[in-house]
Structures are given as structure tokens and as C-alpha cells.
Design a protein around this ligand. Structure first.
Ligand code: CP3
Length: 340
């Protein structure tokens, strides 16, 4: 189906665009009272994500209510560990928690390569319903976690300040680490391809914990697997968002993806120099900037736009929007990009 607002896709291809496209990481979620209303009608996040009609509804909310130039399917990166045999729970106010973790080679036996058609059928169904309801208004973004970030949750069992267990595993048992990363990578490739077949117009790989690895480990245990994913996904544009991996920008510029996400610590001009001019850059306003006054939001957004001027750019925040941000402030950010 033809997409009416294809600004993002044209920006990535380097075609002529009327204005810079804009969306927000984590736009489908708690910032919207309309989301909370749907969320409160079910037992929790996981039930919502596993009910395709409702997942589609909250996916489309930010398109209707905020005016973003893309929808991102409502799901989570942690559906992959679950599909591999490691279910998760979402603990209110705490975040994800895995009752069982992967601690060494013998635990690999309890895992399998995900079969998206079976194990993640609910996401594929949500994508199909969303596409039908969007009726070509904006592109739909599919996504997955980067293998290293997923590895970190599977070994750790939850979020962590230091991710000591998962980082220890890289030193203690690199062979086991590579085996698990390989299983995650193969699962992720199948999953992204299934999302694309179901209707995703582009996909993003979130490496949220990229920044906690030393550069040599990043090359060996993360980037290598992201590259494998990028090489396998030939159907649609791929975005790689490696939060905190400022040391890897030059290397990221060389991989087979179309867009690189920048977090708010990354200097825009310096990033462009390191990455080169070919890839689109996405980002990167400090999410905390949206706590500011209207005047300061306009000023910081315009500063960001100016720094990206003249090169392929998709406007976004430098990480997911914080849940306590006023939707009016988000709208002001979007409006400022659209009228720049
Ligand atoms: O971007 C979107 O709007 C689409 C949906 C989406 C969610 N999670 C929904 C969600 C996406 C793209 C994600 C990605 C995700 N999930 C990442 C990568 C991006 C990033 O933020 O770095 C990570 C690390 C996770 C893991 C995760 N899921 C955590 C740590 C948490 C708890 C803390 C938090 O941010 O809320 C979640 C829960 C989660 N995922 C919620 C939503 C809407 C909140 C659940 C609720 O409704 O209570």
C-alpha cells in the first residue's frame, strides 16, 4: 500500500523533503492519558502487548494525538528472550524481571531459536491490524533489541546499574557468551523479517546498553552481531541506536545500515564527521529538555535542528521520552521541528 506521509523513508534515501520528519522513541506509552486508559482496562503491560487489537490501538494513538511522522509497534524488546524460552514479567514501577536466567553453557539447553510465526504471533497480528487501521497514513516501525542488550537482560534477569553479571560473563566465558549472542542474533533476524513480512516499513535495533562496554568488547560482543543483523535485513531500511557508544561511531558509520541514532551526549557535528555523509542520523534532543519552559524547548529544538541542517536527519529525542513529560511539551517539540 502506498504511504501518504513517507517523509521518513524519503529522508533516509536522501530524496527531496518538504521538512524534517519527527517521531519519539517510546512515544507509545505512559506519557498519554489515553494510553493509561487502555492499559488500565487490562491486567498490565504484557497482556496489553499480547492483545493485538489493543496493541494496535495504542500504537496509533501518538499518530492521532501528537502528529508524529511514524508509528512504532507497541511491544517490547524482551519478547525475544520469552520466545527463546525465558519468560519475563513486568513489575510495576520496577521494570522487567526474569524468574529464570542464563548463567552458563548448561543453561543454553533450555533455550531455542525463536519461531516468530508461533511464539511472536501476537506481535505480527498487531502489525497487520495497525497497518490496516493506519491505512498508509505514516510508515510503521518494527523493532528489536540488539543482541548484547538482550544478552544483558537474559544473564542479569533484570535491569541493573552495573550489569556486572552480564559483563563478567564476557570475561569468564567468552565461548558461552558468543553462543548465546549467536542464538539471540538468529532469533532476532527471523523476528525482524517476520515483522517486515507482516508490514513493518522500516526497523530499528535498540542497543540500550551499548555504552557500558569497553570499545574492544563492544566490537567483539555487540557490533559484530548488529552487523550480522544489518546484512541479513535487505528488505527495508534499518536504524541502529547504540546508546552511549560514542566510541563506536566511526565503526557504526561503516556497517550496512541506513540510519544511526544519536543519543544526547553525542555532539551532532562531530558525529556527522565520524559517521560520514551517507547515512541518515536520528535524534538527539536531551529527553530532559522537555521539562523546560516552552521558550527553552523551542530554543533547544531549534539549536538541534540547526546542527543537523544540510544533512540527512530524522528528528527524535536522544533516548525514549520520559514517562512524566507533559504531552503538551512533546507537541511543542514536534511543532518546532515541523515549522523549522
Ligand atoms: O517506543 C515505543 O513507543 C514502542 C514500544 C516500546 C516499549 N519498549 C514499550 C514499553 C519500545 C520500543 C520499547 C523498547 C525497550 N524496552 C528498550 C529499548 C529502548 C530503551 O528505552 O532503551 C528497553 C531497554 C526495554 C526494556 C524495558 N521495558 C524496560 C527497562 C521497561 C521498564 C521501564 C520503562 O521504561 O518503562 C520496560 C517497560 C515498557 N516497555 C513500558 C512500555 C510502554 C512500560 C510498561 C507499562 O505500561 O507500565
Amino acid at each position: 500500500m502506498e504511504i501518504k506521509n513517507d517523509l521518513i523513508l524519503r529522508a533516509i534515501r536522501g530524496e527531496k523533503i518538504e521538512r524534517t520528519p519527527v517521531w519519539l522513541m517510546r512515544q507509545a506509552g505512559r506519557i498519554l492519558p489515553e494510553y493509561r486508559a487502555v492499559r488500565n482496562s487490562v491486567s498490565g503491560f504484557i497482556e496489553l502487548a499480547k492483545t493485538p487489537e489493543l496493541a494496535a490501538e495504542v500504537t496509533i494513538q501518538p499518530v492521532d494525538l501528537l502528529g508524529v511522522d511514524a508509528a512504532i509497534i507497541f511491544s517490547d524488546i524482551l519478547v525475544i528472550p520469552e520466545a527463546m524460552g525465558l519468560p519475563y514479567e513486568m513489575v510495576e514501577k520496577k521494570g522487567p524481571w526474569f524468574p529464570s536466567t542464563v548463567n552458563g553453557p548448561s543453561d543454553l539447553k533450555k533455550l531455542r531459536i525463536a519461531n516468530p510465526q508461533e511464539d511472536l504471533h501476537y506481535v505480527l497480528e498487531a502489525i497487520k491490524i495497525t497497518k490496516k487501521a493506519l491505512n498508509g497514513r505514516v510508515p510503521l516501525i518494527g523493532f528489536a533489541g540488539a543482541p548484547w542488550t538482550i544478552f544483558a537482560y537474559m544473564v542479569e534477569g533484570s535491569g541493573s546499574k552495573t550489569f556486572s553479571k552480564s559483563r563478567a560473563a564476557l570475561y569468564l566465558d567468552p565461548e558461552f557468551s558468543h553462543k548465546l549472542l549467536d542464538m539471540i542474533t538468529n532469533s532476532t533476524i527471523k523476528y525482524l523479517k517476520a515483522q517486515i513480512t507482516a508490514g513493518a516499513n522500516l526497523v530499528q535495533v535498540f542497543d540500550s546498553w551499548a555504552g557500558i562496554l569497553p570499545p574492544s568488547h563492544y566490537a567483539e560482543f555487540s557490533l559484530q552481531y548488529i552487523e550480522k543483523i544489518c546484512n541479513a535485513i535487505t528488505e527495508v531500511p534499518v536504524t541502529v541506536f547504540a546508546k552511549g557508544a560514542y566510541f563506536a561511531r566511526e565503526a557504526l558509520g561503516k556497517i550496512n545500515c541506513d540510519t544511526i541514532g544519536l543519543d544526547w551526549n553525542m555532539d551532532i557535528k562531530e558525529s556527522r564527521t565520524l559517521i560520514g555523509s551517507e547515512k541518515a542520523l536520528q535524534g538527539n534532543l536531551d529527553p530532559a529538555a522537555l521539562y523546560g519552559s516552552d521558550k527553552s524547548i523551542v530554543a533547544s529544538t531549534q539549536n538541534m535542528m540547526k546542527a543537523f541542517e544540510g544533512s540527512k536527519h530524522i528528528a527524535n529525542l536522544g533516548h525514549g521520552v520520559y514517562p512524566d513529560i507533559d504531552p503538551e511539551k512533546v507537541k511543542l517539540f514536534i511543532q518546532t521541528v515541523k515549522t523549522y
